[in-house]
Design a binder for this molecule. Sequence first.
Ligand SMILES: [Zn+2]
Length: 433
Amino acid sequence: MPLPLTSSHFPGLRVARAALFWLGFVLVMTAGPAFANGAAPVASAVRVEETGQGARLLFALSSPAQAAAYVMAGPDRVIIDIPELNFQLPPHTGQAEAPVRGKKSSKIISSFRFGLFAPGKSRIVVDLGRPALVTKVASVSKADGAVELQIELREADPAAFTLAARAAANEAVARDLMGDSPVKPTPRPTDSRRPMVVIDPGHGGIDAGAQGKKNTIEKDVVFDFSRELKAHLEATGRYRVTMTRTSDIFVPLARRVKIAREAGADLFISIHADTISDTSGVSGATVYTVSDKASDKEAAKLAEKENLADAAAGLDGVDDSSDVSDILFDLTRRETRTYSHAFARTLVNYWHEAGRLNKNPHRSAGFLVLKAPDVPSVLLELGYLSNEKDSASLATSEWRAKAASAMVRAVDSFFQPRLGSGVEAGRPAPPAN
Ligand SMILES: [Zn+2]
């Protein structure tokens, strides 16, 4: 039964396209064999120069590359799209220095990040401290053979910035959403008796997620764990498993949901590992389910943060018009949520074998990635990267193996009614409350 899902609207797209020609959008072609030896150019160093009314961001490249830049508002950013670059830069490069209390950054470039955005495409996102427009983006070959990607910004008045951002953002969203899906959904299964579990490693590519102690980065921690979990689930022979990303690549939240639905997911597990600022004492795993009203303030804050993943990568928020008033939709969604809650409780029970649980281990909030109306979904926070103990254990393969096998037992328990009875289709029986 196909269900009505959200659709994105891009009013003013044509107007925006026209406006792009004179605002904010600079495209510079640079001749040169960017992939001379089949490998992406290496970005080996970067520096920032602030010059009063302007700022420059300069990347040292191993060979030239063609880049395009444009601005986006709310938060104010500059997006630079470029063919795949191999960023060989220290992990915390570009992160903002801790802001001084009550003092707003007066710099034009307050922070920046970079990474793979789609297959063959890298992206650099610059967070602006003051509104600015791009005056130059080019990779310049110097006399000594060095190549520099030069991004030059000039302070602009807020009205001009807003206008440029509106035009460019529409264009960028359209381009991103019309692009090829970075993860090909698996074709409809022939073996429908084996439940399909979709694992969603949070963040990826340009969106690094949380940055924890000792250089731990959320996107890497959750990817390693997701792979381990996939291997454990497949080893049982009882499940088919798909991942929403199979490399360090950005995947928009809506596309993660789409991948799950297209794969015919029976269970969707989004894996994260976040930080809580100023509360390094908070630790342990937490399982989240979706709800219209958050279970508590922290859960609401976390959902808000996770829902910003698209913005971090330079995508504007996709209209979430999921308030579809359709009785079948409502019934399906309610049924799905019952299953999601059941799995969350099961997972909390089995997690004891693997390690620490948060003192409030099952919470709920409005996570966009959990909004498929017909796929039972949970978001698992493996622990807090801001906690010394969590951060250390999450990085070890022993911990990953132990946690993954506990999760397999939770998944087994969830699907037991279905696997046990050998019933072809359908979900496990709802739990007795
Ligand atoms: Zn996360």
